[in-house]
Each structure stands twice: as structure tokens, then as C-alpha cells.
Design a protein around this ligand. Structure first.
Ligand code: ATP
Ligand code: MG
Length: 274
């Protein structure tokens, strides 16, 4: 590949995301689990021997050490925000003041207001929580299997909703809101079916992420929340929970196409001069 190649690398807690291409595009994307760091480094050094590199993410320094060559670096939040703005523009989105929730291993929340951006909070409940709780309670460790089986489960014998508590009476808040995640388990004898437990885990993560985001949106005075992060990959169930809960709580949810590559794209933009 020619000397006009640029590569942005976002090395996160779980996945390494890479965005590559010449400044004029097109841009290619690839992700590799951090547990296969050596494979990612080899791929970069073989295919992108002459490319200009820029690193971001919590594991950027680890990646740099293994790489053994020069690479620029960019603060993770800067990379994520510039990448997401480009992705939003490409998808025809015109909103300039919104909340951005990145559901990675953990979850971080940012407020973007025109040119300014601020980290406004987060929660330790995120994609790593899905994987950890899944492995602990059901033994399912593979992400694809987790997502597939969760979507076949029912939360009804595990989670307590507001209408469960109000039993026929008119509840003061929407009955479909969860009153207590996993709160019905003991009372009903619960369900140990792997699919059901996984559905409730995805519910717990999605509702927590959405609730924290809606509160942050209220504080920042915005209605729109865009969600990114690899936790939504092939995970229609998590998207549905997050979108549904965000809207139920009065805000508007959006998902950014290729959003999981925001940080890598921002790093690519920084080296490609975009
Ligand atoms: N192939 C996969 N292997 C493992 N986890 C996956 C995979 N695909 C999606 N995921 C989900 O994506 C999550 C990681 O998301 P993401 O890559 O955005 O985080 P990260 O950048 O590695 O972490 P952080 O930003 O918190 O440092 C995992 O916790 C898991 O729920
Ligand atoms: Mg990340």
C-alpha cells in the first residue's frame, strides 16, 4: 500500500477498532478483540508498513509498545466526538446539540453542543457487564451466543414491572417500566432458563444505560440521545431496550451507523488531516 494510507486505531478495554484509508477515502473498518492484540499488531505492521498511524483509547499505550514504531496519539474523547460528528453528517443528521452515550466495556456520556463537548457522566454498567454477568450466571462466554440466546428469552419470571406491583390497580407511572430488575425472581420461583436470564441481563444493562442517559439529557437541556459502542453490534435486543426505555422516559434515541468506530475514525481523521 502506498504512503498515502492513514490508519486510526482505538484500542479499548475489550475490542481494538481500526479505520483505514487514504484522505480522500474510501474508509475501511476492522475490529479485533484485545486478547488478540498480537494478531492486530502483526496485521498493522504487514498491511500498513508505510501508513501514518494515530492511536487512541485506554489501551493505546499498550498497542504502541507492541507496535515498535512511530504513531501519533489523540485523547479518546476528542477522537470519539470528531468521529461521531462525521458519521452523523454522513448519515444526513443535522442535530448539533445532543447527548452521546458510548456503551463500550463501560459506559461514558458526553454532551455535545455545537463546537463544545463535555463529559457529563457514565456508569460502570456496560457491555462488559453483559459479558461478565452472562459468564457468571449461565456460563455463556461467547458474545454472539449471548446475544442470540438473549433474544429468545422472556424476562417475565425474573424482572418485576410496575404493573406487577400494582396488580390491576392503575399505577401512577407507566406499568411497563421495570420496578426492579431481577426483583421478581425470588417471588415467582424464578427462571433459570439461560435464554431468560440473558434477556434480563440485557434488560438490566439497557435500562440502566438509558436511564442514566435520560437524566443527563435532562440536566443538559437536550432531548436527543445518540448511542454508540460495540455493545450494540448485532444486538437488536439491546437497541430495542435502550430505544424503548429512552422514549418511555421522554427523550429521543438514535443509533449512529458505524458508531462503534467513532474513536478509530476520529484518530484516522487526525492523521489524514480531515
Ligand atoms: N466480538 C466481540 N467480542 C467481545 N465483545 C463484543 C464483541 N462484539 C461486541 N462486543 C460487545 O462490545 C463491548 C465492547 O464495546 P467497545 O468495543 O465499544 O468497548 P471498548 O472500546 O473495548 O471499551 P472501553 O471504551 O470501555 O475501553 C463488549 O463488552 C461486548 O459487550
Ligand atoms: Mg471504547
Amino acid at each position: 500500500l502506498g504512503g498515502n494510507m492513514h490508519l486510526g486505531i482505538d484500542a479499548g478495554g475489550t475490542l481494538i477498532k481500526m479505520a483505514y484509508g487514504p484522505p480522500e477515502g474510501p474508509i475501511g473498518y476492522r475490529s479485533v478483540p484485545i486478547v488478540r492484540l498480537d494478531e492486530a499488531v502483526r496485521w498493522v505492521n504487514e498491511r500498513f508498513a508505510d501508513a501514518a498511524l494515530c492511536l487512541t483509547g485506554g489501551r493505546a499505550n499498550l498497542f504502541r509498545e507492541r507496535l515498535g514504531r512511530d504513531a501519533g496519539d489523540l485523547v479518546e474523547f476528542e477522537a470519539t466526538v470528531s468521529g461521531v460528528k462525521r458519521l452523523l453528517a454522513e448519515s444526513g443528521e443535522t442535530e448539533t446539540s445532543f447527548l452521546l452515550t458510548n456503551v463500550g466495556t463501560g459506559t461514558s456520556i458526553h454532551y455535545i453542543d455545537g463546537g463544545g463537548h463535555y463529559r457529563v457522566g457514565g456508569t460502570g454498567v456496560g457491555g462488559g457487564t453483559m459479558i461478565g454477568l452472562s459468564a457468571m450466571t449461565t456460563g455463556v462466554v461467547d458474545y454472539g451466543e449471548l446475544v442470540r440466546r438473549a433474544s429468545e428469552g422472556s424476562r417475565d419470571l425474573i424482572d418485576l414491572t410496575v404493573s406487577h406491583i400494582y396488580e390491576g390497580a392503575t399505577p401512577p407511572i407507566p406499568g411497563e417500566l421495570t420496578a426492579s430488575n431481577f426483583g421478581r425472581w425470588l417471588a415467582t420461583g424464578g427462571s433459570r432458563r439461560t435464554e431468560d436470564v440473558l434477556a434480563s441481563i440485557v434488560g438490566l444493562v439497557g435500562e440502566t444505560v438509558a436511564t442514566v442517559s435520560v437524566h443527563a439529557a435532562g440536566q443538559c437541556g437536550v432531548k436527543r440521545v445518540f448511542y454508540i459502542g460495540s455493545s450494540f453490534l448485532q444486538n437488536e435486543l439491546l437497541r430495542r431496550v435502550v430505544a424503548g426505555y429512552t422514549e418511555l422516559r421522554g427523550a429521543k434515541a438514535g443509533f449512529v451507523p458505524h458508531g462503534e468506530y467513532s474513536g478509530a475514525l476520529g484518530a484516522w481523521m487526525s492523521t489524514a488531516g480531515k
